[in-house]
Design a protein. Structure first.
Length: 300
């Protein structure tokens, strides 16, 4: 099972893969798949599983480590699906009718691929059914979000400014739920991690001028690929407000994410090594602080 090959690991992941697809569809599929170092949903899925294992180590399935491979593959495909569908609604990436038809086919292919990847997960039938239900719920939530972005219902620009309704928020919540479900986390752990994923993504989407580097920094922090750490142990809570004493919406979302972390800590088994520097929960915490240090007062 350790030889499981993901989309990203295939040597021909550069537009030459997916050979059974028409060239126009194949190109869109390959272009829409995010790279690992920039994919927030995959990072959330993987870390959610790691956190759940550290919290619920006595009850999670030993096969959870193997399960996270195909589940993160499903999340990656689902991310590509959401990216294409979002572009079809809010920008001119696919200008011609042929381009749009190809994009719809590409998104359908990726959506189906997400479910196919779930089917490859080495877990019990009951757990697999839970994963399918989670993905169905996520698909429904995202479809509802897309419906609200319909220009005939509401201007896309207005909808995109509402962080709670942005498709990326539902995508992140679904990714976290899939990660925790894959390893068999408790309902309490799953709920807290879902709230964290939702709030962290709302913080990103609530501030339009947050640059791509900030999102990448969040992913790097979650994945543990950055060694940055405050040597003095200081606690930067991004306590930046407006002159009238109010806070930007981003700050509220980050505080909600931290509240979810605290609820995780309260229910944690202390024998799980909660004081280790590389502990997964530390990455959850740092992702709400380090990437946002210089943007807390943006868009005020």
């Amino acid at each position: 099972m350790s030889d499981y090959t993901t989309i990203h690991d295939r040597p021909d992941h550069d537009g030459r893969s997916f050979r059974d697809l028409p060239p126009s569809v194949r190109a869109i599929v390959a272009d829409s798949l995010p790279t690992r170092d920039r994919c927030l949903s995959v990072a959330l899925c993987t870390l959610a599983g790691e956190v759940a294992r550290s919290f619920d180590g006595d009850r999670v399935d030993d096969r959870g480590d193997y399960a996270l491979g195909p589940v993160s593959e499903a999340v990656c495909a689902f991310d590509g699906y959401v990216s294409i569908r979002f572009a079809l609604l809010v920008d001119d990436r696919y200008e011609t009718a042929n381009d749009r038809d190809a994009a719809i086919l590409a998104s359908d292919y990726l959506h189906a691929s997400a479910y196919t990847a779930i089917g490859k997960t080495p877990i019990s039938d009951r757990r697999a059914l839970e994963l399918y239900r989670t993905l169905v719920d996520g698909s429904t939530a995202i479809a509802t979000g897309f419906f609200s972005l319909n220009p005939e219902i509401e201007a896309p620009a207005t909808s995109r400014s509402d962080a709670s309704r942005h498709p990326d928020v539902s995508l992140a919540e679904t990714a976290a739920a899939l990660g925790t479900t894959a390893v068999g986390a408790t309902a309490e752990t799953r709920s807290a991690i879902e709230r964290y994923a939702r709030s962290l993504t709302e913080a990103l989407t609530a501030t339009p001028s947050v640059r791509d580097e900030v999102r990448t920094a969040v992913v790097r922090t979650l994945s543990g690929s950055t060694d940055r750490w405050r040597a003095d142990g200081s606690d930067d809570r991004n306590d930046v407000g407006h002159p009238d004493g109010t806070q930007p919406p981003m700050i509220d979302h980050l505080e909600t994410a931290r509240t979810a972390i605290e609820s995780l800590r309260r229910g944690r088994d202390e024998s799980a090594g909660s004081h280790e520097r590389r502990d997964p929960i530390d990455r959850l915490e740092r992702a709400t602080r380090i990437p946002f240090e210089h943007v807390a007062d943006v868009d005020g």
